[in-house]
Design a protein around this ligand. Structure first.
Ligand code: ADP
Ligand code: MG
Length: 249
């Protein structure tokens, strides 16, 4: 496997003085299902925003498929799909239009964009609401739309920042079926979530971040073994136990 994402010593301090990232180094392999875990405020969204070129870093380096994002941001934007934590969707447009516009934005022909939008609308269970304006969708449907939008241009790497917040159990299960299907086809998944059972079920590698620093990077099974000898505990149990151990240090 080759590293598709390489991050070296990345630092970010916001203008109000908050040190969000204090030297993050990470490698994610091509085709991996990777989860970035950590408490609220740990720096997960900051890291996702930097590597997806939405905000700038202060120092450090990162490469996506060997390309430096500063000199090749257009190339990189074509191979990544991003569902960020906040839903930034034009509330006045319909679901269908937003999906088609997104395809057009990425250079698809009208026919291609309509076909792709139709497939994703169906796959994400949005058919009943496809003519509704995005602004009046339920929270769960907004998240589904947001994730579907991230997939219109067939990205090779998918960044999902707390994607399933607000989805009902059926939507969540369908959502994971789609994402697993893409991952099996070779799409690299970079996930952040607070639902650790989702990570336990789907991801193979993880990093744990706290206060802007990486505390663990490796496989999920190694993490469990490290914390409690791998005695069949869930990731959630191991995670809670680990945070308790380090809070006492
Ligand atoms: P997470 O996604 O892990 O919950 P974030 O990356 O959103 O964490 O936030 C990391 C830290 O940076 C937090 O202390 C948060 O309050 C702060 N932060 C996030 N965004 C901003 C911003 N735009 N301006 C100032 N501070 C911010
Ligand atoms: Mg976040």
């Amino acid at each position: 496997m080759e590293a598709i994402i390489q991050i070296k010593n990345l630092c970010k301090t916001y203008s109000n003085g908050t040190e969000a990232l204090k030297g993050i180094s990470l490698e994610i392999q091509s085709g991996q299902f990777f989860a970035l875990l950590g408490p609220n405020g740990a720096g997960k969204s900051t890291l996702v925003k930097i590597i997806t070129t939405l905000i700038s870093k202060d120092s450090g380096e990162f490469y996506i498929q060997g390309s430096n994002t500063e000199t090749n941001s257009l190339k990189i934007q074509k191979i990544i799909g991003v569902a960020s934590q906040e839903n930034e969707i034009d509330p006045a447009e319909t679901v269908e239009n937003l999906m088609v516009f997104q395809g057009r934005l990425f250079g698809m022909s009208k026919k291609e964009a309509i076909e792709r939008a139709g497939w994703l609308i169906e796959a994400f269970g949005l058919t009943n609401v496809k003519s509704q304006k995005a602004g009046i969708l339920s929270g769960g449907n907004k998240r589904r739309l947001h994730c579907a939008l991230a997939l219109v241009h067939n990205p090779k790497i998918l960044f999902l920042d707390e994607p399933t917040v607000g989805m009902d159990p059926v939507a969540r299960s369908e959502f994971w079926k789609i994402i697993k299907g893409l991952n099996i086809k070779g799409v690299t998944v970079f996930l952040t979530t607070q639902y650790l059972e989702e990570v336990d079920k789907h991801a193979s590698a993880m990093s744990l971040i706290s206060e802007g620093q990486i505390l663990y990077s490796g496989t999920i099974s190694n993490f469990k073994t490290m914390v409690n000898g791998g005695n069949n505990s869930s990731l959630e149990e191991s995670y809670l136990q680990y945070l308790e151990i380090i809070s006492k240090q």
